[in-house]
Design a protein around this ligand. Structure first.
Ligand code: KG4
Ligand code: ZN
Length: 353
C-alpha cells in the first residue's frame, strides 16, 4: 500500500489530502479563502499567496490527522506545479519541497488540469480510467480561471483542443452575479437564483457556437468566449431594478442557460469530431446542476459521461495526491528545482495511462 500526501495552492483554496493507492481518499481538507476575496469580487493573487502561507501548515496537519497517519507513514509528497496563479503556486511548491527534503520523501509535481480530469475517477473509477475502451477521452475543464477542452488519447497524450479566448465560464458567472447584486462566488448564487426563474425569458448570445448563423473560423472551432454574454447582461440590466426578485431570477436563469448552452454545444461538437468514447466534466463550474443535467441529456448514448463528484469538482488536493500515484508507481519523480508554471502546455503526457 502507498500513501501520498497531495498539496494544492493554485488559486484560492489551500488543500491537503492523503490518498491510498491512487484512488482511496483517506482525507481531504480544504481551507477556502472566499471571505478574503469576496469584497474584491474575484481572486487577488497576492492575497491568495499570503492566505496560503497561513493556512498550509494547519491544513496539512489536519489532513494527516484525519487520515490517521504521520509523515513517517507517507511514501511521497505531491504538489500542484501549474497551471495557476504563480504567487499562489509558489507557496505550495516550496512547502512541499521542504517537506520532501526534510522527511526524505520523493516529490511529484502535478499538472492541475490533468488532476481535475483525474478527480472524476477518484473513489471507484480505477477500472474505467484503466480501460482502453474509455479513450479517446474528452475533458471539459471549467472553473473560475479556466475553460478548456482537452483530448486524452489512448497512448496517454493529452492536448488542448480549445480554450476561452477571454473570460472563463466561472468568471462570467462570478461577474454576472456581481451585476445582479448576488454574493460571491457567483456560480452557486446564480444557480440558486435561477431555480425560481424562466431560462427562456431573455435571450443572451451564444458566442462562438455558430448560433448567430455565422460560420466559425477553424481556429475557433473549440474555443469559447464569455465576455460578450457578460456585456449583454450589463446592457440588459441597464435601467432595470435588481431588487425585483422575479427579474433577478429570470435573468439568472437565462444567463446561466446561455453559459451552459455554450459549454454543452462546444463539448458535443468536439466529442463527435474526435470520436470521444468518454466525456469528463471537471472544475468548479462542473458543480452546476444545469450543466450536469444538460450534458447528460444531450450527450449521445454511446458516449460515457463522467462528472466529478461536487467535492472533487472545485479545487482540492485529493485529485493531486491521486494522480501522483501513477507517477510514483513508475518511479517518475520531480527534481527539487522544479518551477511553477502559469499556463497549460499544448501537449502533456498523462501519467495514468
Ligand atoms: O475549480 P474552482 O474551485 O477554482 C478555480 O477557479 O480554479 O472553481 C471556482 C468556480 C467559481 O467561478 C464558481 O463560481 C464556480 O466555480 N462554481 C459554480 C458552482 N459552484 C462553483 N458555478 C456554477 N454553479 C455552481 N454550482
Ligand atoms: Zn482548478
Amino acid at each position: 500500500m502507498s500513501l501520498i500526501l497531495g498539496i494544492e495552492s493554485s488559486c484560492d483554496e489551500t488543500a491537503a489530502a492523503v490518498i491510498e493507492d491512487g484512488f482511496t481518499v483517506r482525507s481531504s481538507v480544504i481551507a477556502s479563502q472566499i471571505a478574503t476575496h469576496a469584497p474584491h469580487g474575484g481572486v487577488v493573487p497576492e492575497l491568495a499567496a499570503r492566505e496560503h502561507l497561513k493556512a498550509l501548515h494547519p491544513v496539512v496537519t489536519s489532513a494527516l490527522e484525519q487520515a490517521g497517519v504521520t509523515l513517517a507513514d507517507l511514501d511521497a509528497v505531491a504538489v500542484t506545479q501549474g497551471p495557476g496563479l504563480i504567487p499562489a503556486l509558489l507557496v505550495g511548491l516550496n512547502y512541499a519541497k521542504g517537506l520532501a527534503v526534510g522527511n526524505n520523501l520523493p516529490l511529484i509535481g502535478v499538472n492541475h488540469f490533468m488532476a481535475h480530469i483525474y478527480g472524476a475517477f477518484l473513489d471507484g473509477g480505477a477500472e474505467e480510467l484503466a480501460s482502453p475502451e474509455s479513450y479517446p477521452m474528452l475533458a471539459l475543464v471549467v472553473s473560475g480561471g479556466h475553460t478548456s477542452l482537452v483530448l486524452v488519447e489512448s497512448n496517454g497524450e493529452a492536448r488542448q483542443l480549445g480554450c476561452t479566448i477571454d473570460d472563463a465560464a466561472g468568471e462570467a458567472l462570478d461577474k454576472g452575479a456581481k451585476l445582479l447584486g448576488l454574493p460571491y462566488p457567483g456560480g452557486p448564487s446564480i444557480q440558486k437564483a435561477a431555480a425560481n426563474g424562466d431560462p427562456e425569458k431573455y435571450d443572451f448570445p451564444r458566442p462562438l457556437t455558430g448560433a448567430a448563423g455565422k460560420a466559425l473560423s477553424q481556429e475557433n472551432l473549440y474555443n469559447f468566449s464569455f465576455s460578450g454574454i457578460k456585456t449583454a447582461l450589463l446592457y440588459h440590466l441597464n435601467g432595470k431594478d435588481v431588487n425585483d426578485p422575479q427579474l433577478v431570477a429570470d435573468t439568472a436563469a437565462s444567463y446561466q442557460r446561455a453559459v451552459v448552452d455554450c459549454l454543452v454545444r462546444k463539448t458535443l461538437k468536439a466529442a463527435k469530431d474526435h470520436h470521444a468514447r468518454t466525456v469528463v466534466v471537471a472544475g468548479g463550474v462542473a458543480c452546476n446542476a444545469e450543466l450536469r443535467r444538460m450534458m447528460a441529456e444531450k450527450l449521445p448514448k454511446g458516449i460515457k459521461l463522467k462528472i466529478a463528484k461536487p467535492v472533487f469538482c472545485t479545487d482540492n488536493a485529493a485529485m493531486v495526491g491521486g494522480i501522483a500515484w501513477h507517477s510514483f508507481r513508475r518511479n517518475e519523480f520531480s527534481a527539487l528545482d522544479m518551477d511553477s508554471f502559469a499556463r497549460l502546455p499544448r501537449f502533456v503526457r498523462v501519467p495514468f495511462i
